[in-house]
Write a protein that binds this ligand. Sequence first.
Ligand code: NAD
Length: 464
Amino acid sequence: MVEELKIEEIIRRVMKEISSKNETGEEGAYGIFQDMNDAVDAAYIAQKELIGFNLETRGKFIEAMRQAARQNVELLSKMAHEETDMGRYEDKILKNRLAIEKTPGIEDLGSEVFTGDDGLTLIELSPYGVIGSISPVTNPSETIICNAIGMIAAGNAVAFSPHPSAKKTSLKTIEILNKGIIEAGGPKNLIVAVENPSIEQAEAMMKHKKINMLVATGGPGVVKSVLSSGKKAIGAGAGNPPAVVDETADIEKAARDIIAGCSFDNNLPCVAEKEVIVVDSVADYLIFNMKKNGAYELKEKDLIEQLEKLVVNEKGYPVKEFVGKNADYILSKMGIKCDDSIRAIIVEVPKSHPFVVGELMMPVLPIVRVNDVEEAIKLAVEVEHGFKHTAIMHSKNIDRLSKFAKEIQTTIFVKNGPSFAGIGVGGEGYATFTIAGPTGEGLTSAKSFARRRRCTLVGGFSIK
Ligand code: NAD
C-alpha cells in the first residue's frame, strides 16, 4: 500500500514536471500549470517582482503585451472561432483589436490630492496582489487581454479560470501575453492558469489564500459564486439589452444600427441588442428598413413556432447548438435557404415571448410593437430584468432619452447608435470586456482593480 502510494506520487510529480515545462525548459514560464495552487503561488511571486519595477517599466510591459497580442490577432480570432464554433471570425478580429488598443493602461491610475494648512494628503491606487479572474466562452481572448492589461497596469498578477469550452484559445492568449512580458524583461507567471480549467479549479482558485480579489465575467451562476466567496469581488453578469425606437427617430438609421449591433459576432456580446420595442406608427417602416440591411423576416405563425422549438429548450434557455451561429445556418435548419448576406432573423412576437424575455445570444431578433413611447419604456425596463447592463434608444426627443436612461438604470445607455458604440466602437471612450453592473464598477479598467490608499504628510508641501 505504502509502495503503491509512493509510485503514484512519483508519477504525479514527473507528469507535473513534464507538463509545466515549456521549450525553454523553465517551469511555468508561460504561466500554464497543472495545479491551481501552484499557479497562484507562482503568480504571487511574480506580483512581488512586478512592484519592484518602476511605473515607466510597468508601462513598457503593458505595451509589450499589446504588441504580442497585436501580432497574434488573426491566430487568436481563428482559434476562438474554430474552438467554440460560435461567432464570426472577422468580428472577433475587431473585438480583439478593440481589447488590445482601447483598454486603458497605467495612465488610468490617477491620484487624488488634498492640500491646506495641515499639509498634503494623497489618495493613491495600489494593487490588490493576485486577482482571480473567471472568463467567458463568448469573448475568450478579448476578456483575457482586457483583464490582464488592466490588472497588471494596476500592479497585480492574475490567475485566470477560463471557460473550459474555450480552453485552447484562452491558454494560448495567456502564453502570448506572458511571452511579451518576459521578452520585455518582466517577471514570468504574471498571468497564470491551469492546463485543464474546470469549475472545480475555479473553486480552488476562489478559495486560495493568496487570491485577494475575484472578478467574474459570465452568467448569473458565476457572478453569484464570486459574490458569496467572502472576498472582494467584481461581478460582470448577464444582460438582455432592449432597443427602443420611437416615432421621432431617424428610422432608416435606427434599422441599420440595430441590425449591425445585434448581428455583431452573431449576437454573442453581452451588450448586443437582444430585443426591439417599437412604437406602432413606425414599426412597419422599421421592419422594412431592417430587411434592406440584412434582416430576414419570419412572418408566418407556424414558422415562428418552428424557430422557437429549434432554438429554445423546454426550460426557456437557448439551445447550445445555435448560440453564436450565423443566421443562414439557423434558417437552413428550418429548410430555408439564404446566403451569408442575411445577418439576422427578425420576428414580430408578443412581449412575453421567450425570445424577448431571455438572452438568446444568436442573431434572432424579436420585435414587440407598442402603442406609445411610455409603454415602450415600461416594457424595456421590465425585460431588462434589473440586470443594470445595457439599453439602447433611437429617438430625437431629449426628454424621452433622459427619461428612459433614468428609469432603466443600465451601466451602458446608447443613444442613436449601435450597441457596440457603448464599448468604444464608433462611440467615444475606452473599451472593456468586463462590464460590472451588479457591483457598480461599470466599465472596468485598471482603477477598478486597485485599492485606494491614503498617504498624509503633516504640515508641509502646501504652496497655496
Ligand atoms: P458562463 O456563466 O457559462 O461561464 C462564465 C465562466 O464562469 C466560465 O469560465 C465558466 O467555466 C465559469 N463558471 C460558470 N459557473 C460557475 C460556477 N458556479 N463557479 C465557478 N465558475 C463558474 O457564461 P458564458 O456562456 O461563458 O458567457 C455568456 C454569459 O456571460 C452571458 O450571460 C453574457 O451576457 C455574460 N457576459 C457578461 C459580460 C459582462 O461584461 N457583463 C461579458 C461577457 C459575457
